[in-house]
Design a protein around this ligand. Sequence first.
Ligand code: G2I
Length: 433
Amino acid sequence: MSTLVAATVGAAVLAASPASGAASTLAAAAQQSGRYFGTAVAANKLGDSTYVGILNREFDMVTAENEMKMDATEPNQNQFSYGNADRIVNQARGQGKRIRGHALAWHSQQPGWMQNMSGTALRNAMLNHVTQVATYYRGKIYAWDVVNEAFADGNSGGRRDSNLQRTGNDWIEAAFRAARAADPGAKLCYNDYNTDNWSHAKTQGVYRMVQDFKSRGVPIDCVGFQAHFNSGNPVPSNYHTTLQNFAALGVDVQITELDIEGSGNTQAQQYQGVTQACLSVPRCTGITVWGIRDTDSWRASGTPLLFDGSGNKKAAYNSVLNVLNSGTGTTPPTTTTTTSSNPGGGGCTATYSEGEKWNDRFNGNVTVTGTDNWVVTVTVSSPQRIIATWNTSATWSSANVMTARPNGSGNTFGFTIQHGGNWNWPSISCQAA
Ligand code: G2I
């Protein structure tokens, strides 16, 4: 396997300190392109002032390293326990940080009572867990890892055997539907490791599942790439391709558990490559590292993180910060724009922007520039239906295709889409009339 060694690595990127005027923290630097920079946090370290100092200064997204897992949140069936998870959530929210929820359903870290279950009883217990935990944290979670690590390693490209898998192949989509119903505002992610190399069977297997989910309207919004790297499993040279191909399915992609064993410039270059890969994909919305100091890591002996055991910034820190500050980041969309011009001259641009979301429906708005006399075509995909409009006069040429014209309210109009589980944005085009 070839490792990623960017041709552009040079003194500027690995300089000891950021250029003047550039952002001086990971979060501020990531925010310049609309992204976040997060870390995993352990509740039992929140009394460590060095740890909390770095956390508060550098990161704007937090993942509970273990405290939201099934064994932690439901130690006895139907008895939920949120103390340690809440400590992390409250600390993060108190500092204005967002939360990635990790993880609702997983073959590992199951409480003992669940490990011994099977069949319908296990399926129902899993769905109840997803519903209860996602409901408890409703409105507080940016994105949930709904299902974690469900694909097999090796060359099969298929599912991992587990008690959950043996409840039926549809257990993953059932978990996603339950999560959507419980917290419609959270992005719902599938999260896995060894899915970074585009040519690996496991990557392809996950890709086919996401493609299938999107085509059938199963509610999935994002794919998490854990990104645990070491010399035996280096950053692949085709990482950008992997992220871009998943994003092209209509999902956000996120680096969710990044750590890279090593030291010095070799490690810094690998971190640089991962950061560049994310910045080059508009729908790569953020990066999370799996811990703060090397000594906080689950792989502490591999010194895989951005701060040393004393909390000092490593070369890898500076390389990540400088890439984030380089101004090369594409911007994640909350809007999409189409421009068209008429053969005889005149044209217009229509910009779609996301509105509010509910369990069963979401709003969208379109703003037209270039003319006051426009015709905008809004096409939704099955089973979606437009059930309300405002600030426009609308006609339908088929159930999926709406034609919108000005009604004297200006050049911004909106609509509500009943989505039937399909959260894709409509496609829009405008004509100057
Ligand atoms: O294994 C690395 C990560 C792989 N992807 C999913 C992540 O959830 C996973 O995180 C690790 C944590 O970093 C470890 O901290 O998950 C492990 C468990 O699967 C965590 O290890 C556990 C130990 O197994 C327990 O013995 C220990 O009590 O950490 C617990 C708290 O330190």
